[in-house]
Design a protein around this ligand. Structure first.
Ligand code: 5CA
Length: 167
């Protein structure tokens, strides 16, 4: 049912439906604007939150679905997209590419057909949570469904954090 949802969230449900997915959108009045906010509200691990981040590779927008605790390595995105320069999109570019504002950008159902790269780490969970069009709405999804709905490519696109020396 989409009748109680704001227009942006209802549009995500409709987009999912046309991709063969029935979304169960949850609203958290306390807000799910950032991955940390969303994990706190949902009560899941921050790495189970899907950050839907738009970058500009040379001149073209690309969506990078990133596990909540990870940071995107723009050099790796450049390699995947055969682009010389990659930078984070600004708020206006995110809106133009996706039709949604930062903080509510969903992983599919965008204004434009965007190439999608998916952080491999997301595929290790039974369920992950993504934004449903607003900074208060999220939905759970199995990684396999996320891959199918986005047509995304699973890749290594994140920074390797400093850990203990190996060997
Ligand atoms: N609803 C949550 C969890 S599903 C969400 O949308 N998280 S997010 O990570 O996908 O979107 C917030 C991200 O937008 C931030 O991590 C940050 O990378 C990016 N962001 C925030 N402000 C700006 C800005 N002014 N310009 C470009 N990117 C921004």
């Amino acid at each position: 049912m989409t009748q109680d949802l704001p227009r942006a969230a209802a549009a995500v449900v409709t987009a999912a439906h046309s991709l063969g997915l029935e979304l169960h959108v949850r609203e958290f009045p306390e807000g799910t604007r950032t991955a940390a906010d969303a994990a706190r509200a949902i009560g899941c691990q921050v790495d189970q939150i899907v950050k839907s981040l738009v970058f500009v590779a040379d001149t073209d927008p690309v969506l990078v679905l990133t596990s909540g605790g990870n940071r995107v390595d723009v050099v790796k995105v450049g390699r995947e997209r055969s682009a010389a320069t990659v930078r984070k999109a600004d708020a206006g570019e995110v809106r133009a590419a996706t039709g949604y504002a930062i903080g509510g950008t969903p992983p599919f159902g965008h204004a434009r057909d965007l190439p999608v790269l998916i952080d491999r780490h997301l595929t290790g969970f039974e369920e992950v949570w993504a934004a449903a069009g607003t900074p208060r709405h999220v939905f759970p999804i199995a990684p396999a469904d996320l891959l199918r709905a986005t047509g995304g490519l699973v890749a290594d696109v994140t920074l390797v954090e400093d850990g203990p020396p190996v060997g």
